[in-house]
Design a binder for this molecule. Structure first.
Ligand code: AMP
Ligand code: MG
Length: 438
């Protein structure tokens, strides 16, 4: 991996005490490299894992031209020879899904066909059964009548309608899935449709995390005066679970140089990345920062953002092992904002995943929003439909960086860009949604 120093020295206007959000993202992107380990797993177990190979389709999908509707297959040429009362065809046979009867109708014949069944030779069109009138008293089924015939209006279909072409989903040799993709249910289904039983994926990333701060109490301990329950570790646990990494929860580490050094060393020897919260603010009178600096190359940033201004980043080493270190601020909302806006992408990069940035959508702000230019803000919003049916966003109440309720109530971030100023009611803002379908 390139050293942090070498990456930083390439930035023209690097100032650790006034970094923009974009500069931080670019430093992380340039410093971090993917882990190397790869394993082969059955496709069901590959869900949410990072694909470590390109998948090229070994077959045509579908393997044959087939019917997209239940109805009758025929040659589109017959449409040009329609009589005054439409197209009349003799029913010459049947093609059900899964069989290949080898019926070869003539130009004046049709074949009863079910969705997914192979198109008979010479047929390129399917007339859905609801457009068809069966004549000679039959229902069009072969065997029920001596000479079943069908009739339909010539303009009910065009030649080639209601037929799926061989290789239409994926042609043999075509790229199906790319190295770096995080596999989703549709991808697993697609692998199955190609007959592929196993794929190569990256090994799971191992992430260790702990909280620092003498005021923290764990659940079950008495809450002494001036103390708070450690919530960051639970939030981090939840956020990391969603990334499908292996977790090492190291609890609360007290503000003691030996305890901290031991925790950092253990984390470093067992994990690819370490996430801590607390103790990185300027003027913080504790040992967290000193210990981080002593064990590796760590920088302490003040980022032009809100919430989440202080953050430490670097790489520490212990006993020949190294690990990335993300020292997040202590405030509960700042932990979540720095995690979602920096750590998430950084861990994706480290796990070898190629994940495009999340989209931002412009919507109307229901009320005015105060904002100072010169920093990026991630306010917490609730996106709903306004009375006129348009989407609009309002702030959740209290926006303080310690108010975790603001994250819990919100369904999106309102992302206010670095140079943006205050917004009037009805003005446009960008939102980033918390929830997705998949
Ligand atoms: P710090 O960044 O250590 O100065 O912490 C900033 C604020 O976040 C303080 O009010 C801390 O009490 C609070 N805080 C720090 N760590 C945690 C934690 N793990 N859970 C809940 N609150 C925390
Ligand atoms: Mg602290």
């Amino acid at each position: 991996m390139p050293s942090l120093q070498s990456v930083i020295s390439c930035l023209s206007d690097y100032d650790p005490s006034a970094l923009t959000v974009d500069q931080v993202a670019s430093i992380l992107d340039n410093v971090i490299e993917p882990i190397r380990g790869i394993e082969q797993v059955p496709i069901r177990d590959a869900l949410d894992r990072v694909l470590a190979e390109d998948i090229v389709s070994p077959i045509d999908v579908p393997a044959h031209d087939n019917a997209a509707m239940d109805g009758y297959a025929f040659s589109g040429v017959a449409l040009a020879h329609a009589g005054a009362d439409g197209v009349t065809l003799d029913v010459a046979g049947k093609s059900l899904a899964g069989d290949n009867t080898g019926v070869a109708p003539s130009l004046t014949q049709a074949v009863r066909i079910m969705t997914g069944a192979v198109m008979p030779a010479g047929c390129d069109t399917v007339i859905p059964q609801e457009f068809v009138e069966t004549i000679d008293g039959g229902d069009g089924d072969v065997g029920r009548e001596k000479n079943p015939r069908i009739r339909f209006a010539a303009d009910a279909v065009r030649a080639g309608d209601n037929r799926r072409l061989r290789g239409e989903d994926l042609a043999r040799g075509q790229a199906a899935l790319q190295n770096g993709r995080i596999l989703r249910p549709a991808d697993i289904g697609m692998l199955a449709s190609l007959g592929i039983p196993e794929v190569k994926v990256r090994r799971r990333l191992r992430v260790a995390f702990f909280s620092t701060g003498d005021e923290l109490r764990s659940i079950g301990e008495p809450l002494d005066p001036g103390c708070v329950f450690d919530s960051n570790r639970y939030t981090l646990h939840g956020m990391l679970r969603r990334l499908h990494v292996d977790l090492i929860d190291m609890g609360v580490v007290r503000d003691d140089p030996e305890a901290l050094e031991q925790a950092f060393r253990t984390a470093c020897e067992n994990a690819d990345a370490i996430i801590t919260s607390g103790g990185v603010s300027v003027g913080e009178a504790d040992y967290t920062k000193q210990t981080m600096s002593r064990l590796g190359e760590v920088t302490f940033w003040k980022i032009a953002m809100r919430p989440g201004r202080p953050m430490a980043f670097g790489r520490i080493t212990s006993d020949g092992h190294d690990a990335l270190l993300f020292g997040l601020p202590g405030n509960p909302v700042a932990v979540m904002v720095t995690f979602y806006h920096f750590v998430r992408a950084a861990l994706h990069r480290q796990m070898g995943a190629d994940v495009p940035p999340l989209p931002l959508f412009p919507v109307r702000s229901a009320g005015p929003i105060r904002k100072k230019p010169g920093r990026t803000e991630y306010q917490r919003g609730v996106l709903t439909r306004g009375a006129d049916g348009e989407w609009e966003v309002r702030l959740t109440g209290q926006q303080g960086s310690g108010v975790l309720r603001s994250m819990s109530e919100a369904n999106c971030f309102i992302v206010l860009g670095h140079d943006q100023g205050s917004i009037a009611a009805g003005g446009k803002v960008h939102v980033m949604l918390f929830d997705g379908l998949i």
